[in-house]
Every structure is written in structure tokens, then in C-alpha cells.
Design a protein around this ligand. Structure first.
Ligand code: NDP
Length: 332
């Protein structure tokens, strides 16, 4: 099996020298184990946090060991009655072409007509669920509300904009980092207004896009985006704090919003969450998202990078914003 390992803890932006590719000889299958040919693996912003040696909600990657992360593949050898050869399985043994472990580490998923397996890493999987839980459970989106979503053209953001609309938001506003992404938000993803945060201060652009204020903010970015949302909130506004990518590769401390007092005067609620604590919503999400997809009410993009050899570049490109929708690596 070809596997990617972390060998040094990056400071700031990771470089290729922080990783190595190794060939691992897999032992014969033990009773209850399966061997899986990975077809796609996920690269996600949270993995940058796991490269640091700090206590967090997911443990750090161990230096000199193969990294882990979402992947989907097909069983190619099996010593388990539950997962026969040919079963499609979703699991956490990414960053390698062949995964082998006890069957309990893998979850069988159905192949859906017209839907690529990679969708289980995005719109039908972790990032779709994050958008759903963030809006419905964390922010408590209600009918007729105005929603602002940052990182709107990414995996979580493209899902969140569409879910907000389907769940009754009356106005959905998004921000992203290129003109192409901004155009897609209104033309394909049903956003009412969108802006490029690189064009002018977010505070000013959000005020222009939301003359009636915002009720819900889905934060993927942090920093000046959060500050702008705190200015734009109506009384009783709620923020789902999902990510703060502005700081993931920064070596300096990011300044806090200068308008925190709005939380008091407008009675705002800001609630952070990590999706691992909300997996009980997966069945409801999957049923609803499955029907939205089959009815054509939800669309999605994926940016597919070919080859495990290019997975570090895929990860870096994700954080530089080269992706539209979910960034995935096609392994075979
Ligand atoms: P995306 O597909 O959104 O990819 C990341 C995007 O972030 C890039 O495409 C880029 O788009 C944008 N970006 C990068 N740097 C900056 C910056 N300095 N300012 C503004 N935008 C930036 O990734 P995901 O959808 O997987 O994740 C989105 C967010 O949600 C991340 O913050 C992630 O950590 C978080 N997350 C949290 C989870 C949780 O459980 N709380 C679960 C999953 C994700 P652009 O061109 O627009 O800059």
C-alpha cells in the first residue's frame, strides 16, 4: 500500500518537506478484516489543525505515521461475512491507496444511480451534514430570515446556501474569493446576492448586500467576516461558528472583532460546533438530502485532483481557494 505520512510539524503554510510517501507491505488478512481499494479520499481544512501538536477535538497526526481522513472505496478482499468483496465502504483510512483493517472500521453505503462515490465525502457526507446541522440545530434558522454564509463557494458553503433556501430563508447572501465563484453563487446555487471579499472591506460589502440586516450568520472564515456579521445582525441574530480558515495557516494571532458589544445590545447568540458531536442527525440529513438530490433541488460541484501523489497539492490548493465545491482526490 502506498501511504502518505506527516514527518514534520508545519509552521505556517505546510510544504512538501513536511510529508513523505512510503510503501507499506500489508499482512495477510486476519479473521474479520477487509482490504479496501480506495477510490476517493477527502482533503479538509480541519486536517491543518491535526498537523499541529496541540490538544483539540481531533487528536494530532502522529509524526512518522500514515495520516487518516475520510475515504471511500470498494472491498477487494474479505475475511468478514458482513462486508463481502465488491461492497462500497466509507471510512477514515484515507491518505493511502489500499486500506486494511477490521470490518468494524468500515461502513457499507449504497451506490446511487448517477451519483459519484465521492459525493459521500461531500454533499451526502460530512460537509453536507455540517451545513445542515449548522443552519438547523446550531443557528435555529426560521422561515423568512436573511442568512449570510462565508466561504460560500466551498463544500460546506454551497450546501448551506441551498439548504437555507429549501428551509425557508427569504434572502441568502454569500461571500467567496474569486469573481467566478461569486457568479456561481447567484447563477447556480440560488444565492440572492454575493460578493468577493477581496474586492473591498467585508463590512461595507455586507452592509450593501443586506440592507435589511441579517438574522443568521454561518461562519466558515472568522476574522473580518465575523466582525462584519456582528455589525449587520438584527436583534436576536444567531451565528453558527463552523470554521475560522482565516487563521489556519497564520503564524500571527488573528485580531478579534472590535464590535463585540453588539452581542449584548442586540441580544445575539454565537455558538460554535464540531460535527462529530452531532452525528445523531445523520439519518434525518441523509434522507432529506437524498430526496433533494434525486429531485434536482440540490446541485453540487466537486474539484477532483487525480492521483494520491498529488494529494498534498490538493490539500494546499484547498486552503488557497482553488476548489469550487468539495475538494477530493481520485486515487484509482
Ligand atoms: P471549502 O471547500 O470551503 O474550502 C476552503 C475554502 O476556504 C477555500 O476554497 C477558500 O475559498 C476559502 N478560504 C481560504 N482562505 C480564506 C481566507 N483567508 N478568507 C476567506 N476564505 C478563505 O472547505 P470546507 O467546506 O470543507 O470547510 C469550510 C469551513 O468549514 C472551514 O473553515 C472548515 O474548517 C469548516 N468545517 C467545520 C466543521 C465543523 O465540524 N465545525 C466540519 C467541516 C468543515 P475562497 O476562494 O472563497 O477564498
Amino acid at each position: 500500500s502506498t501511504q502518505i505520512q506527516l514527518v514534520a510539524r508545519p509552521v505556517g503554510w505546510p510544504t512538501h518537506d513536511d510529508f513523505r510517501t512510503v510503501a507499506v507491505e500489508l499482512p495477510a488478512l486476519a479473521d474479520g478484516e477487509v482490504r479496501v481499494n480506495n477510490e476517493f479520499m477527502s482533503v479538509d481544512p480541519y486536517m491543518r489543525g491535526r498537523m499541529n501538536d496541540v490538544k483539540s477535538y481531533t487528536p494530532p497526526f502522529v509524526l512518522g505515521e500514515t495520516m487518516t481522513g475520510g475515504a471511500i472505496g470498494r472491498v477487494i478482499a474479505s475475511a468478514s461475512d458482513e462486508l463481502p468483496v465488491g461492497t462500497v465502504v466509507l471510512h477514515q483510512l484515507g491518505w493511502r491507496d489500499i486500506a486494511q483493517a477490521d470490518a468494524a472500521n468500515f461502513r457499507a453505503v449504497p451506490e446511487l444511480p448517477g451519483v459519484p462515490l465521492s459525493a459521500y465525502l461531500g454533499i451526502l457526507g460530512m460537509t453536507g451534514l455540517t451545513a445542515y446541522v449548522g443552519l438547523m440545530e446550531i443557528a435555529g434558522l426560521a422561515n423568512g430570515e436573511t442568512v449570510f454564509i462565508s466561504g460560500a463557494a466551498g463544500a460546506v458553503g454551497t450546501a448551506a446556501g441551498q439548504i437555507a433556501r429549501l428551509k425557508g430563508a427569504s434572502r441568502v447572501i454569500g461571500s467567496a474569493g474569486t469573481a467566478e465563484k461569486v457568479a456561481l453563487l447567484t447563477e447556480k446555487y440560488g444565492y440572492d446576492a454575493a460578493f468577493n471579499y477581496k474586492d473591498a472591506p467585508v463590512r461595507q460589502q455586507l452592509a450593501d448586500a443586506a440592507p435589511g440586516g441579517i438574522d443568521v450568520y454561518f461562519d466558515n472564515v472568522g476574522g473580518d467576516h465575523l466582525e462584519a456579521a456582528l455589525d449587520a445582525f438584527n436583534d436576536g441574530g444567531r451565528a453558527a461558528l463552523c470554521g475560522a480558515i482565516v487563521s489556519y495557516n497564520s503564524t500571527e494571532r488573528t485580531p478579534g472583532p472590535d464590535n463585540m458589544a453588539n452581542i449584548i445590545t442586540r441580544g445575539l447568540s454565537l455558538k460554535g460546533f464540531t460535527i462529530g458531536k452531532y452525528l445523531q442527525h445523520f439519518p434525518a440529513f441523509s434522507a432529506e438530502m437524498g430526496s433533494w438530490l434525486s429531485e434536482g433541488k440540490v446541485v453540487f460541484d466537486e474539484t477532483v485532483v487525480d492521483g494520491l501523489d498529488n494529494s498534498i497539492d490538493a490539500f494546499l490548493d484547498l486552503m488557497r481557494g482553488a476548489n469550487i465545491g468539495k475538494m477530493v482526490v481520485r486515487i484509482s
